[in-house]
Design a protein around this ligand. Sequence first.
Ligand code: ACO
Ligand code: PYR
Ligand code: MG
Length: 364
Amino acid sequence: MRPARDFFAPLAVGAPAPLREIPARPSRAIHFFDPGNEKMAAKVPDMVGPGSNGPDVLLGNLEDAVKAENKEKSRQGLVDIGRATDFGPTQFWTRINSLDSPWVLDDLTTLVPEIGDKLDVIMVPKVQGAEDIHYVDRLLAQLEAKAGLTKPLQVHAILETARGVANIEEICGASPRMQGLSLGPADLAADRRMKTTRVGGGHPGYLVRQDPVRDDLGVPQYDAQRTTYQQDLWHYTIARMVDACAMHGIYPYYGPFGDIKDTVACEDQFRNAFLLGCVGAWSLHPVQIKIANKVFSPSVEDVAHARRVIAAMGDGTGAVMIDGKMEDDASVKQCQVMVALAEELAAIDPELKEQYDRIEVAGV
Ligand SMILES: CC(=O)SCCNC(=O)CCNC(=O)[C@H](O)C(C)(C)COP(=O)(O)OP(=O)(O)OC[C@H]1O[C@@H](n2cnc3c(N)ncnc32)[C@H](O)[C@@H]1OP(=O)(O)O
Ligand SMILES: CC(=O)C(=O)O
Ligand SMILES: [Mg+2]
């Protein structure tokens, strides 16, 4: 067992000191692209920079969705993009191949020396337990030391096996590099033997049905029309992710929503995740970037309300009535969460800043 005092010690001589706290950087959309796909790669330079049109995170994907015969091309494409691009405020992440694959070692031993100074976060798929994070942690430290990096790479785990879900707390606490978790609904569904073939999102068969109406004699009318309510297949897993991440000071994300054309349901699914505590979601196609940017930014109305409550609550203790509702020490903390996020986003998104600033001017 690693004693507490060693938790923040570098795992290789000359490796950068681990972060004491994971910075809260905006990451509403983690945009996936295949660096070996020329058409996608060509779009990357235009997606970089401040503003609400691009993603907060650009992620060069090397794992699933990249054909086996293209793994090396994609890895080299990522190196080329990393070297050639000034990412400004946009974060640059990669998803490496899974730890049981023949490609992952080359992924890490290539990427860290070549573009380790540009990468912010390494996403590790199919993480099963703390042992997977420990392996990556030590290897990264060795590679960082060898490459002379001064900033530690962060690690993000995808939750996509039943074992990973069962070990969620130990995964989050396995290393000071742990930045966050994403839901991996496709692999997780397969691993759990769930009977859905969708990549994320709801399912019309997963529902509850209104009780049958009864006739005058109290006999249930099973065949009469009854309303059904579709439920969220992923609620349990997302809720577990949010608690585990909050407990460890790291960040939970909704993963992919595979029905690219159904932008309405995508927005709903992302919003559920936002309301439950997630900070962002993946975008698989450019059309989903805008959805994530919208959903994971607090609304102007919510920010206006939160600022009013904070102003009315003074030192943050006691109880006040605002618009017929009770506000107190606890609700002011909810409002502080909202305002802190708005400020973080305003710092990198001029369009949002303008909208949030307008509230002050109007004195709302
Ligand atoms: C379960 C998981 O692991 S999810 C994560 C792994 N999956 C992925 O990363 C998938 C990433 N996305 C994709 O591969 C693609 O978006 C697909 C296959 C879903 C759809 O691609 P297409 O059929 O080309 O979509 P479409 O025709 O609408 O694309 C329009 C344009 O956007 C480009 N584009 C599509 N997706 C992306 C993307 N993720 N990033 C940048 N550009 C993209 C296309 O190349 C195309 O460019 P063009 O106008 O120059 O021809
Ligand atoms: C996100 C991912 O990798 C999955 O759903 O399997
Ligand atoms: Mg997967």
